[in-house]
Design a protein around this ligand. Sequence first.
Ligand code: KDG
Length: 314
Amino acid sequence: MDVITLGETMVMFVATESGPLRGIDLFRKHVAGSEANVAIGLARLGHHPGWISRLGNDEFGLFIRNFLRGEGVDVSQVILDPEHPTGIAFKERREIGARRVVYYRRGSAASYLTPADLKPDYFAGARFFHVSGINSALSPSCHETVLAAIDLAHQAKALVSFDPNIRLRLMDAEAWRRTLRAIAERCDIFLPGLEEAELMTGESDPLHAAKAIRALGPRLVVVKLGAEGALALNESGETRVPALRLERIVDPVGAGDGFAAGFLSGQLRGWGLPESLRLGNLVGASAMSVSGDIEGLPTWEEVQALESTRDVAR
Ligand code: KDG
């Protein structure tokens, strides 16, 4: 595997019509989980990702496992837990304001992940380990599993890439701040959105926030700036790339995962920072063009075919 990911994946039921969920009769079934989204994005771009998790040994667990397998993600490290269910979630559609996601994930199989679930040999040969902050908000054992996986990744000489993916419904702001700072000390690439960087550091300026996060440990900090593109900071200084112009955003959830997949794909191809950031922006923008997290993620052929990416595709 060239990239290993770890985290909870749920079945997400997305409302087919707009409005509060109490008035909705029909939902469409999607697979949703930050790290699985990244793994699927990477597989579509031609890489060999693996995904570590626990799913319930139930219909939704089997659906998710089979779906990821079908996308070319290695699921050999997915445990089907006979005692705890697969987490599920429901997503609203709204014409005005943010779409709410309602979770039914407390006590889910993934929240029972433990460090004993990790196989050190699985990390051999990986170039990146990618994970998001969501796991740390699910349960203490899930958080411990993330820390143990980071250690195993480093022992295998893989770089650790981390997306905070703050969900304030899962943990309060102070707990997120504490957790993210502890993880930042242990990772190599830190990929926050601007609001996340601000919550962590108190800095609203992206460069100041990136400097404050970099001081905690990561060699590279990439702040995702939405319509303003992205800003990266490493030992050589800052790199800024503009965003792709989008006619319409259907659903911003999953954009960060698309960005991570595109960015890591660029790095796996040996590209420099500006090209990797541009591919991140492109894949992130593609994810926002549909209402599920992953349906918009492009294949490598699609990336190459996109007019607007003439300067990215090689
Ligand atoms: O990054 C997008 C996913 O995180 C989302 O589809 C699922 O919101 C989600 C969560 O909390 O896991």
